[in-house]
Design a protein around this ligand. Structure first.
Ligand SMILES: *Cc1c(COP(=O)(O)O)cnc(C)c1O
Length: 389
């Protein structure tokens, strides 16, 4: 049976070149980067090299890149760090209703310890309004944290304009760019970004490694205390193979970005056009074009999403009903709710994310399978048949 993976926003396979770059650091070059002898120095130099590659991908300088255990830790550190480090200045944080749980749950935690959080609304496409942001900033605001590109619906926010606004108001700006990395141009200097979260496993690198970009002008309190690693900003013996893999993945992402975006955008268009052609009462969630090249989030009305996912799984197809954390519950996704999708339609929504290894033939198979299941379930749906008369 054919196997088709369409969940590249959940995680990606490690590319062969990435794995090849990592392997020596498990078995031969296993030195501790803090050791002063040759093996240690070799590992340390390799980390510096990887750091440069990641800095290059986002227009930062290498000293501004600090490795973390992933995107979740980077988000936690950025938001809690600014909050605890600026308590004397204010206690107000602005974010959106469509953040990843790494950000939302961090904010909920801070709210319990006296911070005030404003969750900005978004429009039907998932876009914030700059006017709303401007109005929300007050003299107690210490941080604006807005996701660069949404993991569920793919919407890309007006980051440069947000950076301009926060700069003019003297407020720090953090963005979770885990999904945006490698999928759209990012330049932290042009965009006035102070803090930016990244994760390796969303860009064909290994899991358990990520980074936080910290603008050199920003003083962020440490989150993990211990040794002097990472310019004394993040303690713990470095995940050397992980760092090397992330560096290689970042290098490939930069080299291939244009072709990658073009390919994914074409596949996305192909899939969406075919679905609209073959199925009625279906809609696309998120912005029509200001979206991640590989993101397709669609509502198949009158078909229960979890049932569809199970059927797809049986046919060898991996897709998602929203974010991975909510895949076992029947609660509607907070993102679909925020863009005003009614509960029954939210529960009929599926996210397909295409990637570098997706082919047109894969999509033809998936489209055919979707048509079969939708027709089958609608045939026995009283709601659908009542609507049709
Ligand atoms: C995957 C993801 C994260 C979490 O990153 P991990 O490295 O898996 O901890 C955070 N934010 C967004 C938008 C993501 O897609």
């Amino acid at each position: 049976m054919r196997e088709v993976y369409l969940d590249y926003s959940a995680t990606t396979p490690v590319k062969k070149e990435v794995l090849d770059a990592m392997i020596p650091f498990f078995t031969e070059e296993y030195g501790n980067p803090s050791s002063l002898y040759k093996k240690g120095r070799y590992a340390k130099a390799a980390i510096s090299d990887a750091r440069k590659k990641i800095a290059d991908l986002i227009g930062a300088t290498d000293r501004e890149i600090i490795f973390t255990s992933g995107g979740t830790e980077a988000d936690n550190w950025a938001v809690k760090g600014v909050a605890y480090g600026n308590k004397h200045k204010g206690n107000h944080i602005i974010t959106t209703k469509t953040e990843h749980h790494a950000l939302l749950h961090t904010c909920e935690h801070l709210a319990e310890s006296g911070f005030e959080i404003t969750y900005l609304d978004v429009d039907q496409y998932g876009m914030i309004k700059l006017e709303d942001l401007k109005k929300a900033i007050n003299e107690k605001t210490i941080l604006v944290s807005i996701i660069f590109a949404n993991n569920e619906i793919g919407t890309i926010q007006p980051i440069k304009e947000i950076g301009e606004l926060t700069k003019n108001h003297g407020v720090l700006f953090h963005t979770d760019a885990v999904q945006a990395l490698g999928n759209t141009e990012i330049n932290v200097k042009d965009m006035n970004i102070d803090l930016l979260s990244m994760s390796s496993h969303k860009i064909y690198g290994p899991k358990g490694i990520g980074a936080l970009y910290i603008n050199k002008k920003v003083k962020l309190p440490n989150y993990i205390h211990g040794g002097a690693q990472e310019y004394q900003k993040r303690a713990g013996t470095e995940n050397v193979p992980g760092v090397i893999g992330f560096g290689k993945a970042a290098e490939l992402a930069k080299e291939n970005m244009e072709a990658h975006i073009k390919k994914l955008t074409e596949l996305r268009k192909y899939f969406i056009d075919k679905i609209f052609e073959k199925i009625d009462t279906v809609s696309l969630n998120g912005h029509p074009d200001k979206r991640l090249p590989g993101n397709i989030n669609m509502t198949f009305s009158y078909v229960e999403g979890e049932t569809m996912l199970l059927y797809l799984d049986v046919q060898g197809i991996s897709a998602s009903s929203g974010s991975a954390c909510s895949s076992s519950s029947f609660e509607a996704s907070h993102v679909l709710k925020a863009i005003g999708i009614p509960l029954e339609n939210a529960l009929s929504s599926i996210r397909f994310t295409v990637g570098d290894f997706t082919t047109k033939e894969d999509l033809d198979y998936v489209i055919e399978t979707i048509v079969t299941i939708v027709n089958k379930y609608r045939k026995i749906s009283p709601y659908y048949n009542t609507k049709k008369g």
